[in-house]
Write a protein that binds this ligand. Structure first.
Ligand SMILES: [Zn+2]
Ligand SMILES: [Zn+2]
Length: 80
């Protein structure tokens, strides 16, 4: 199951579970669309993998399967 991390690893922007702005890599490194496209050019800085839009979890499921609240932040942010 996806963790649904609450923030962008680069800019620490909030990415709620219903956001369409969240993208993830296969390891669930999580970024906002701005950072993923403008700064990272579609490639995960941690693993080099591709990043795709994170699927949204329906609200009814979030009660039983809540999103992660643990913020993950890239040390020093993501340089361009
Ligand atoms: Zn960001
Ligand atoms: Zn990654």
């Amino acid at each position: 199951m996806l963790q649904l991390r609450p923030n962008c690893e680069c800019c620490d922007r909030d990415l709620p579970p219903d956001s369409t702005e969240a993208v993830i890599c296969t390891f669930e490194c999580t970024f906002c669309r701005d950072c993923a496209t403008r700064v990272l050019k579609g490639e995960c800085p941690n693993c080099g993998g591709e990043m795709l839009q994170r699927p949204r979890r329906p609200a009814a499921k979030l009660a039983k399967f809540p999103a992660s609240t643990e913020r993950v932040l890239h040390p020093g942010g993501c340089s361009s």
